[in-house]
Design a protein around this ligand. Structure first.
Ligand code: M6R
Length: 599
């Protein structure tokens, strides 16, 4: 989604720093880019519809400035065009903005009554107008920012230049991440740490309703009343800062292959012997576990639901964060709310977390990006060790989430003495061998390529399964549609005949997994029902199933705690090869963003 970079320096030309930062944020998804800088007292703005590369080509080679702000826009208010791209200038104020100004329409009318005219459809231009109005009214930037925070509803990370003060960048933050990097006679602003890591590892995190003033040698941060705050200077601890594609054609493929190591790395502290499971939080006091997340992270929660309920005898509900935040969740002290997020910045998940925190109930999180907004807001966080995930389609983060949730469920079952120690030791041994177990599945490229050839021209594809296999069907279907743009739906296998089976016609591809021995036969029956109507079926299973008209992808027989990690890989790779055959932009699918920081 939108990205922000800013820099102010003593003598360095900051324009390459801004472009470099924007390039680092490119993988998050955007549709236009722009930057503003001040040179000899003059404000210069460049914007383009398209890529950062286009912006770079658009900027004059002689451009040189010690202060500037830059942005990649993922359209929310208004079409994808140059006018709606950031920065937006109104009067003396120029801003780039991440987030959404919810009451922008009302504010726009008020500003128009006062004589303001706007050129774009963007809510950001209204924010710039409001800041200009208050700045002129109070002749004091602190008062203007404080008033702005009182009047604006919604989320904002704002980076601002003021014509009157060409040596300072101003920042304002609520519900959208923003950090200030501290350098040597040079300071930086960014929506995400990686954008400035080439220049500094030291940074301050802005919290909601804080604002700041940044010059080349000074950073001052204020609370909403204008009191100066003493903030902790953080040092970035993450690894894997530089992520290139290596020998792979796409990040997605690289990240799928990396699952051989990322799963092991994530669970490593908990699997060397049975007592290691006790390092995980003790959940025995909870009568119910709620899992809240979005997209693929929510699907990871759905696989865990099965494990918590079946093996740890604990009720588990899974919610989409975007729904959870607006409903009655019947919380009490016996409920643990678990939040899952790769980026740690997903707006809906963060808002849902804040809701639980406000009511003072217990929270636990599974997060990949260290020090992210969600990680910071949680009572307790368990980190996945997936490393930087660049492809928009989540793969290695998903399996790390599933693996961590699996050991958490196993730890709970162990504490409750619901599984024999001998069985647990066997499961731990399988976790320790995960790299070897995954290798043959990852290497079966020919199978996946052949299936891709059979399906890539289809317009509708179905994924079915029961219990844990239904959760996997949902993830398989999402992977396919987000990168190949083929319409696909996931159904509980038994539900198809209650309506959707009418869509099955000759050669409609239907994928299923059958990895739960107690109900596999039922899933096979459902496949037969669709075969009878002409469907072409593909089945991932660990059983010796041979059926006419079903192409079987066999996986190793392992414990249910490990199995989803194997089952999902054919789904990921079939999606990948299908999108490749269709010539899709696999790592940056249309309309999608890696980190969804708006509601
Ligand atoms: O960063 P998060 O895990 O919070 O993101 C949640 C979803 O936006 C994300 O999983 C999305 O569904 C992926 N693009 C799916 O591949």
């Amino acid at each position: 989604m939108c990205g922000i970079v800013g820099s102010v320096s003593t003598k360095t030309n900051v324009i390459p720093i801004l472009l470099d930062g924007l390039k680092t944020l490119e993988y998050r998804g955007y549709d236009s880019a722009g930057l503003a800088y001040i040179k000899d007292g003059n404000l210069i703005i460049n914007k383009v519809k398209g890529r950062v590369k286009d912006l770079e080509n658009h900027i004059s080679k002689e451009s040189n400035s010690n202060i500037g702000i830059a942005h990649t826009r993922w359209a929310t208010h208004g079409k994808v065009n140059e006018t709606n791209a950031h920065p937006h200038n109104v009067g003396k104020i120029t801003i780039v903005h991440n987030g959404i100004i919810e009451n922008f329409s009302k504010l726009k009318h008020k500003l128009e009554e006062k004589g303001y005219e706007f050129k774009s459809e963007s809510d950001t231009e209204i924010a710039a107008g409001l800041l200009d109005y208050y700045y002129k009214k109070y002749e004091n930037i602190d008062k203007a920012i404080q008033k702005f925070m009182k009047k604006v509803d919604g989320s904002y990370a704002i980076c601002m230049l003021i014509n009157d003060n060409p040596n300072t960048i101003y920042v304002i933050k609520k519900d959208s991440p923003l950090i200030i990097g501290k350098g040597n006679n040079e300071n930086y602003i960014a929506s995400d740490v990686p954008a400035i890591l080439k220049y500094t590892k030291n940074y301050y995190i802005l919290e909601d309703y804080e604002y700041g003033k940044i010059t080349n040698n000074n950073i001052t941060i204020y609370d909403k009343e204008g009191n100066i705050l003493k903030k902790e200077l953080k040092e970035y601890q993450g690894s894997d800062l530089t992520s290139d594609k290596g020998i792979y054609e796409h990040y997605m493929l690289k990240e799928i292959i990396e699952q051989q190591t990322t799963i092991r790395k994530t669970v490593n502290p908990y699997i060397n012997n049975i007592k290691d499971l006790l390092k995980l939080p003790d959940l025995t006091k909870y009568e119910r576990i709620d899992i809240i997340a979005c997209g693929t992270a929510m699907h990871a929660g759905l696989t865990a639901k099965y494990l918590f309920e079946q093996y740890s005898n604990t009720k588990c509900e899974v919610f989409l964060a975007s729904e959870y935040r607006y409903q009655n969740n019947f919380l009490n002290n016996n409920v643990l709310s678990i939040f899952i997020s790769q980026s740690g910045e997903t707006a809906d998940t963060l808002a849902a977390l804040k809701k639980v925190k406000e009511e003072k109930y217990d929270t636990l999180g599974i997060v990949n990006v260290k020090e992210s907004s969600i990680a910071r807001a949680l009572d307790k966080v368990l980190y996945t060790e997936a490393g930087t995930e660049i492809a928009v389609a989540s793969t290695k983060a998903y399996t790390s989430q599933v693996a961590l949730l699996s050991v958490l469920a196993l730890s709970l079952a162990y504490r409750k003495k619901l599984i024999k120690e001998e069985k647990i030791n066997k499961i731990l041994e399988e976790f320790r061998s995960i790299t070897q177990i995954l290798t043959p599945i990852l290497e079966d490229t020919i199978t996946y390529e052949n299936i891709a050839k059979e399906i890539y021209e289809k317009s509708d594809i179905f994924y079915i399964g029961r219990t844990i296999d239904y959760a996997l069907a949902m993830e398989g279907s999402l992977k396919l549609k987000e990168i190949s743009y083929i319409h696909s739906e996931a159904y509980a296998a038994g539900e198809l005949k209650h309506g959707t089976i009418s869509l099955i016609t000759k050669d409609t591809p239907v994928f299923a997994s059958a990895t739960n021995k107690y109900i596999n036969a039922k899933t096979i029956s459902n496949l037969k029902e669709v075969i009878a109507r002409g469907a072409k079926c593909y089945l991932i299973t660990d059983e010796d199933i041979k059926e006419d008209n079903i192409k079987v992808i066999k996986i190793k027989k392992v414990s249910m705690f490990i199995k989803p990690l194997l089952t999902i890989i054919p789904y990921q790779l079939i999606a990948y090869y299908t999108a490749k055959l269709k010539g899709c932009d696999i790592d940056k699918p249309r309309n999608l963003a890696k980190s969804v920081t708006v509601e």
